[in-house]
Design a protein around this ligand. Sequence first.
Ligand code: FES
Length: 179
Amino acid sequence: MANSGSASGHTEHTRRDFLFIATGAAAAVGVASTLWPFISQMAPDAATVAAGAPVEIDLTPVAEGQIVKLFWRGKLVFVRHRTAAEIKSARDVDVASLPDPQPDSARVKEGKDQWLVVYGSCTHLGCVPLGNEGAFQGWQCPCHGSVFDTSGRIRQGPAPTNLPVPPYAFLSDTKIQIG
Ligand code: FES
């Protein structure tokens, strides 16, 4: 078997829809920079942010269907621009049947259903779930297989609760403040 040794040689899962945003510093993007919009995080300096200051996120460059990542208070946060189908999928469910019953409407801001903001830490043991994976095309945790839907709710696997929603508010139609 040939060992090409090209690039890093790893077969890491392709996270096409993800973008990392470094809090209070220059953006750090993983791969294929031409494919990714940069989103402006109008944050105070890094030290202030580390102390827990709110951060503002410009949503304008986040295309429908895309998930971006950022850090707030040292914790990973996903901001997902949901498609109409993803919203429908999140709503077409018997809430009472869910492991951690919560309607989608309680997890998004009224009139802003297309935006889902959740912590990016699996509620089982804290791994980072992968977006657009799993039976519900929300997230799937690579560690022990927990499956989350397009509302970030646990649907299958060992995670006991939904991905939590951090405190945030819309400052305008295209800008949120987390914290
Ligand atoms: S840490 Fe996610 S399923 Fe165990």
